[in-house]
Design a protein around this ligand. Sequence first.
Ligand code: HEC
Ligand code: HEC
Ligand code: HEC
Ligand code: HEC
Ligand code: HEC
Ligand code: HEC
Length: 451
Amino acid sequence: MISWRKHYKKGLIAIGLLLSTSASIYGQDGDPKNGEKLFKANCTACHALDKQVVGPALKGVVERLKSEQGLDTAWLHKWIKDNKALRASGDKYANEVFEKFNKTEMQVFPNLADKDIDDILAYTTNPPAPEPEKTAEAAPGTEATAAPANNTTSSIVIISLLAIAGLLVWILIKLRQLVKMGQSEDLAGLNESRVKSFSEIYEKYHYIGKGLLAVLAILATYGVWNWIMWIGVYKGYKPDQPIYFSHKIHAGENKIDCQLCHSSAKYGKVSEIPSMNVCMNCHRTISEYNGKYLEPGKDKAFYDGEIKKIYEHTGWDSEKQQYTGKTSPVEWTRIHNMPDFVYFNHSQHVVAGEQAIINSFNKKNPDNKIDVVCKACHGKIDTMNVVQMANDFTMGWCIECHRTTEIDMNNGYNKEYFKNLHEKLKKQYPQDGGKITVDAIGGLECGKCHY
Ligand code: HEC
Ligand code: HEC
Ligand code: HEC
Ligand code: HEC
Ligand code: HEC
Ligand code: HEC
């Protein structure tokens, strides 16, 4: 009897274990609701549930890989976290599927926790019924927050115009008074104390005239001063581009990582404009625009036409699905361009300075936090349909940030490099508690930024 009980218990545990493992094989212990959120945030740039986009359709992927390839969720975890590492390890299917998709690289997601991946897989296994769209309407409205910088300039212009209009009205009133005076004098012809000739009018009113001239001179000086101060400053510069490429649609709506396209930012000085091959990684399969977001005044046909331009430049025949060999370069207009005597290095800021810049920016702008380092200098590019310069990119702007940004002494690069300096500064400025801003490591030295 007892032994039966023992076995019964063991049996229960075994059944429990079996259930829980098989559940996890089928990804059902995750939360599909949360998975849906994560999927939309991270995967929809390249995957849909029911059709191939850049990568394969993912509905039922857990079951499909199990039945077709004998792979379990552990494999999926590895793949989703770091498909490159998995391929490099020589995994057979990982390399097969990479070949099958013409060696298109899937992004790596080292930051997704196991639980997150379970949730995403649960979503691909059991997608919840779609909820009625509430947010779709709101989307275009978010535009308004894109470029607050312009408002101040335009309000200055408006105030100046109002001031000038006021002055004009005032001059008109004064002129009318003068004319009236002259008329009444003609009629009366007697009043000697009245003004008789222009010279007398001048005698009487020249102060007003001089005052007016002085005001105009001040305005003109102010204008010239402003004009001088803005030489070489192109904040807000926003040229039209040969292809209407929207960062709002790519980096915003579809959450594509900046560095997927500007991949050289972390390796070196410039963070180039991506080549057409990068576009084709996705656009070989995305030949038309089906997004919900439409910029006011633009429609699907417009966006489809812009995508066609990629095919014209790369010589891709989308009917025959092959390249014709007739290519032509796209002539993007460069927006940011420092003078030749300035040395600016992206990787220094995007890699070594990343955390320091994000932390410092978020401390200074608690209501307008950023998640990606690029935005500290380039503004909220992911809300811009057309890129514009978000800062003035002057020397003063660089220096201001170097004075106020505390560098991250704990990142691997600085820890080694500045070990001794750090100790020295700690002794030198004990009142700062060893806080070190970029100026302390040479960020204000002329030679660091100038050839
Ligand atoms: C930048 C585009 C891109 C993003 C973003 C992306 N993937 Fe992929 N994914 C691909 C491509 C392309 C493949 C096909 C294999 C290859 O070329 O490496 C793929 C393959 C897969 C596979 C293998 C499917 C199969 O049928 O064998 C899974 C699973 C997968 N992705 C899951 C995800 C998940 C989950 C996310 C979001 C967390 C994600 N992917 C985000 C591009 C992407
Ligand atoms: C899908 C590819 C893609 C993604 C993702 C992307 N960009 Fe771009 N970016 C481009 C292209 C193409 C251009 C050139 C056309 C233009 O200016 O809009 C460009 C231009 C720029 C420029 C202006 C360059 C110049 O001429 O001075 C900046 C700055 C920039 N991107 C920053 C970002 C940031 C920040 C992100 C992430 C929030 C990002 N990009 C995401 C493709 C991309
Ligand atoms: C510390 C400020 C700063 C940060 C952070 C920063 N940039 Fe830049 N970016 C600049 C400056 C300055 C230029 C102009 C460089 C020049 O003309 O030599 C520039 C130029 C560019 C250009 C035009 C091409 C070029 O390199 O001249 C692109 C594209 C760009 N940045 C993208 C990015 C992306 C993507 C990120 C994030 C990964 C980023 N930037 C982070 C300051 C920054
Ligand atoms: C990681 C994938 C990816 C890459 C790389 C990519 N795109 Fe896109 N692109 C998309 C997605 C997703 C859409 C929206 C499709 C939809 O919603 O139906 C889109 C839409 C577009 C559109 C129509 C909307 C708009 O922005 O005007 C154009 C044009 C476009 N892409 C041009 C480009 C160009 C040029 C490049 C290369 C510099 C590029 N794309 C690179 C994924 C990508
Ligand atoms: C948003 C803040 C910010 C802006 C704006 C900025 N920088 Fe920096 N810069 C940093 C940080 C942080 C570091 C230190 C990175 C590190 O930890 O090594 C740095 C380091 C540097 C260095 C290396 C200094 C050294 O001694 O090693 C140079 C050179 C430099 N920046 C040039 C520039 C130029 C040129 C500009 C303007 C076009 C600029 N920076 C704008 C934050 C900024
Ligand atoms: C953090 C980087 C940085 C440092 C340090 C720096 N500069 Fe500059 N400097 C710049 C940038 C960026 C510009 C270009 C500004 C522009 O195009 O509006 C510039 C422009 C100039 C110009 C041209 C002025 C103009 O209006 O065209 C001179 C002269 C100059 N710097 C001298 C110096 C001297 C002298 C030092 C040392 C005391 C110094 N700079 C330190 C970044 C720096």
